[in-house]
Design a binder for this molecule. Structure first.
Ligand code: CO
Length: 186
């Protein structure tokens, strides 16, 4: 099992590189990613989360009680629904924090397999959410950034200032977001 990289490490905050060589090394990377994901009780893992800046992500949402498993190499969202879903997300690279994030309800994604062959996968609901979370990772984007993009966080804080638990969560998210922005503005 590989060690999971935590937010603040640059490898998580810059876009990863396209995979061009489909070889045994890639196969080993994917095996290590699945092992690390399952042992960490995650439902998805991007290669940069173990420090490898390549466009590879593994997803298996079965541990969360849903259906969907795929290994994505060089994935691209080709089309998506107009409808969004809103649900809490967490991330192995941001331990202990859960925030609501808007995602497309359904997506169509083009990707390559281990041999470099192109495929299309259609996904919806929880599985689609997990795929979008991982594709974001490959672009150097964390779910915390999506939360700030989608919501007026200062207003939420003001409107909920009596809710101690909510304030604590949002203050934590703000600290993480500020740290990411500092890295990205360097
Ligand atoms: Co994540």
């Amino acid at each position: 099992m590989k060690e999971i990289v935590i937010y603040g490490n640059e490898v998580l905050h810059i876009p990863t590189k396209e995979v061009k060589e489909f070889n045994g090394e890639l196969k080993n990377l994917i095996d290590e990613m699945y092992e690390t994901m399952y042992k960490s009780n995650g439902v998805g893992l991007a290669a940069n989360q173990i420090g490898v800046p390549l466009k590879v992500a593994v997803i298996d949402v079965a541990p969360a009680g849903h259906e969907g498993k795929v290994t994505l190499i060089n994935p691209k969202i080709k089309s998506h629904s107009k409808k969004f879903i809103l649900d809490d997300e967490g991330c192995l690279s941001v331990p202990g924090l859960y925030l609501p994030v808007l995602r497309y309800q359904s997506i169509s994604v083009e990707y390559q397999d281990l041999e470099g062959k192109k495929h299309i996968i259609n996904a919806e609901g929880y599985f689609a959410k997990a795929i979008q979370h991982e594709i974001d990772h490959l672009e150097g984007i964390l779910f915390v950034e999506r939360f700030f993009e989608h919501f007026d966080v200062e207003k939420i804080l003001e409107d909920n200032k009596d809710n101690e638990e909510a304030v604590k969560i949002i203050e934590t998210a703000k600290e993480i977001y500020d740290k990411i922005r500092k890295i990205k503005n360097k």
